[in-house]
Write a protein that binds this ligand. Sequence first.
Ligand SMILES: C[S@@+](CC[C@H](N)C(=O)[O-])C[C@H]1O[C@@H](n2cnc3c(N)ncnc32)[C@H](O)[C@@H]1O
Length: 320
Amino acid sequence: MYKTSEIAAEYGIAKSLLTKYIKEENIPVVNEEISKKYFQTILSFIENTENRIEKKLKESNATFKYNDEKNKVNIYQDDVITFLKKLPSNSVDVITTDPAYSGMNNKLKLGKGRIVGKYADKGKENGKWFGEFEDSEKNYSIFLTECQRVLKKSTGHIYIMFDSYSLLSLGNIVRNHFDVKNLITWDKVNIGMGHYFRRRHEYIIFATNGNTRKIRNRSFPDVWRFKRIHNSKYPTQKPVEVFQAMINASAEENYTICDPFLGSASSAIAAIKNNCNFVGCDISDKSMETSINRISKYLEDGTDILQKKSMAVDDKIFWE
Ligand SMILES: C[S@@+](CC[C@H](N)C(=O)[O-])C[C@H]1O[C@@H](n2cnc3c(N)ncnc32)[C@H](O)[C@@H]1O
């Protein structure tokens, strides 16, 4: 049995709206409770109810930073897990995200955890490259549990980016929460840093929230070639095309895309390009400033101030 008031709170829907629907559909209610049998019907109604995310975040006093009502872009400053906990269940269609892994710096004997090169000073907050995301197995599982809860059961797809180290240490945990469908290789075309073989790629785990819809086209490859961004204004800024490929494969117009490690908002620009709604957060002041400037300028006149040209090297069929 499910209590209507609890359903309303968890899924971020007004109780009056839910009660009206239950009455219209003649769903039996005993002591404010409905039986499991009718829950699925209610869930489908809830999934299609608009503005649940904004409503629930407002009620939770989330630190709201930017909103564009017409394009439905909402940006918040928050810690990833605190933020995800504020989102309604079953409310996001696709998560596309590129977490801050501290493991690479802390555990691999690469640079002894020091930040080297031009980002050593640029973008540092409290002496660190980014704000902390504790990428222990325990914390990572909490992160994935929340991702699973907020993703819709009918459409929920998730893309999580990994470097080589974090893939080995945390990648397997994704299988405890989602149906992993692919390990995508992002080939950056040109070699980067590295003390042994020089790094030219990253990984992206693609998974579904149970038995959801398929991707939009079965001819998409699992190796994606997009050049890395040199001299980026934001450390670890990724090409917009990487996120466009994810969104193009998994979303229809007006789907809601979420990125809780927003960085410089490359995922938000990709969502806007694909006519999708977007909700995202990041813990850092620099990310907020960069993202708000970037998104508002893009919405104003179509200029992407952080990525002037396309990073794609192949034809456009699968990512645009
Ligand atoms: C790898 S970067 C994302 C880069 C982004 N994909 C882009 O293209 O610009 C990871 C981001 O996670 C943020 N971050 C670190 N710890 C966080 C936390 N606990 N909660 C939310 N964001 C966090 C960092 O500030 C950083 O912007």
